[in-house]
Design a protein. Structure first.
Length: 51
């Protein structure tokens, strides 16, 4: 999303904690979902990880 980094930096400077917390939660969810998807793909493609 264009401009989100500038908005977050402005929010940090203005101590807008709700925006900072929302951004961090969004990043945590994004990284967790990405990690789970990549983990599932790796598990499906690599025969050594199958039990």
């Amino acid at each position: 999303m264009p401009g989100i980094s500038f908005y977050v930096i402005t929010s940090i400077q203005n101590r807008d904690y709700f925006v900072i917390q929302s951004y961090l939660m969004l990043m945590v969810v994004w990284m967790t979902v990405t990690h789970l998807i990549l983990d599932a793909v790796l598990r499906a493609l690599d025969p050594r990880t199958r039990a």
